[in-house]
Design a binder for this molecule. Sequence first.
Ligand SMILES: N[C@@H](CCC(=O)N[C@@H](CS)C(=O)NCC(=O)O)C(=O)O
Length: 234
Amino acid sequence: MAGGGDELKLLGMWASPFVLRVRLALSFKGLSYKYVEEDLRNKSDLLLSSNPTNKKVPVLIHNGKPICESQIIVQYIDEAFSSTSPALLPADPYERSLVRFWAAFIDDKLLTTWLETSKAKTEEEKVEGLKETFAAFETLEAAFKECSMGKPFFGGDSVGYLDITFGGLLAFVHAAEARHGIRFVDASRCPLLANWVERFGELDATKAVMPDISRLVDYANTREAKAAAADASN
Ligand SMILES: N[C@@H](CCC(=O)N[C@@H](CS)C(=O)NCC(=O)O)C(=O)O
């Protein structure tokens, strides 16, 4: 499917930011693949046998071999299809290490803080969580400055690994902003990131895989209502 006898299959779920990450990487590389939507309440045998450790999506299956974990999958795509541009990771080992450091920051700090905040039970926890979330976005703003060096993308002149890593969260950012009326990537606090959000969202390869934001808003509202009902009944 990807060309040259390669067969790529992606096990995903439409609302997952981690799956979007992989779809973005495949889209920017122009690789064709079969997309299989998983029902996460009733996981397929293929998902369970392909990712027996975590049982999560995304899983990319390349010529029958499964690759798990979104960041590892994106790196794999870049390495396995190294002759297909754009190259996502920088060639220089030190620059690669920086990019990997910031990608870990996006998942381990920014996303974790944000998700914890969304589960805050008291007003005090929410205010503190939001403060930390905004601070994490401001740190990423500084990372953008360091990595892009005045160019339009984290990857410089073209989209790179961090554009894809953060880009996976973009639908999530838009949906959260619509649901809560809060600007997480605000031009006054994060002007470079705010510009990047516009620029990245306008690219054809991004548009081709972005989920519908109003569908995502409905999905998140329904999940939150179900979680609240479950809490209330405990
Ligand atoms: N660290 C993983 C996270 C993947 C993940 O959390 N996937 C969720 C969907 S957003 C999932 O499959 N959840 C199913 C479950 O937890 O049972 C990655 O980067 O791929």
